[in-house]
Design a protein around this ligand. Sequence first.
Ligand SMILES: Nc1ncnc2c1ncn2[C@@H]1O[C@H](COP(=O)(O)OP(=O)(O)OP(=O)(O)O)[C@@H](O)[C@H]1O
Ligand SMILES: [Mg+2]
Length: 249
Amino acid sequence: MLAVTDVRKSFGGTAAVRSASLTVEAGESVGLIGPNGAGKTTLFRCISGELRPDAGTVAFGGRTLGRMPPWRRARLGIGRTYQRVEVFPELTVLDHLLVADRAPRHRGALWRDLLNRSAPRPTELDRMAAVLAMVGLEAVADRPVGALGLGTCRLVELARAVVAGPRLLLADEPSSGLDGDETASLASVLRALQRSSGMAVLVVDHDLRLVEAVADRVLVMDLGQVVASGAFDAVMSAPAVRRAYLGTA
Ligand SMILES: Nc1ncnc2c1ncn2[C@@H]1O[C@H](COP(=O)(O)OP(=O)(O)OP(=O)(O)O)[C@@H](O)[C@H]1O
Ligand SMILES: [Mg+2]
């Protein structure tokens, strides 16, 4: 479903992604790990369309995306969460979902919806309730997000990304800033969402327990390239991975 082929991206003199290739099958959950600065976020941004690669191609559903802007990629089914939490503190959890759900369909009406908070229709509320239940946020649906902890905000971001029904979710360090318990519960929510919705997931995280819990298969990036791929245990003992993390085989 996703095919990244020989993507390169430099910033000035820094080659952030040197020549990265990977594929993700429909419904598959793939972990992407690698040391700080390996190029993981840059590669995500090339897939989502926030950055244009200097070379190489990104194809989704058999179609090369080329210069397609991020919002059109989102409509094709590429969803995204961010390394830093990006929420609106005054909006409630439900508002976040409604805005994300309405944005792709309402074109120019988005800001009117935001300003008027036009009342949700029963069918919308049913859909939002289903997503809230899946991520375990029903109890805080009407709370402003600014009053909630970081662990809950991470779940809001996840819910917001899946409400549009993406076929592929790019999750960039969903556990960043969370403690061990919060990370474990986020991992199980993400895995359950992926299984029940049938969406594919490409997840970057430094918490290897989360990656092991969520991913069917793991890719390792180092210095802008994918240097290893396979089942979690096999990849963890591969020499290229030990070199990337420890500087030695
Ligand atoms: N917008 C930018 N301008 C200049 N350099 C950048 C930019 N974005 C990333 N880089 C550089 O590109 C390299 C790869 O960064 P990237 O953020 O993709 O790594 P990462 O694997 O996501 O790291 P981390 O695990 O720390 O999030 C780094 O050297 C980084 O400093
Ligand atoms: Mg990153």
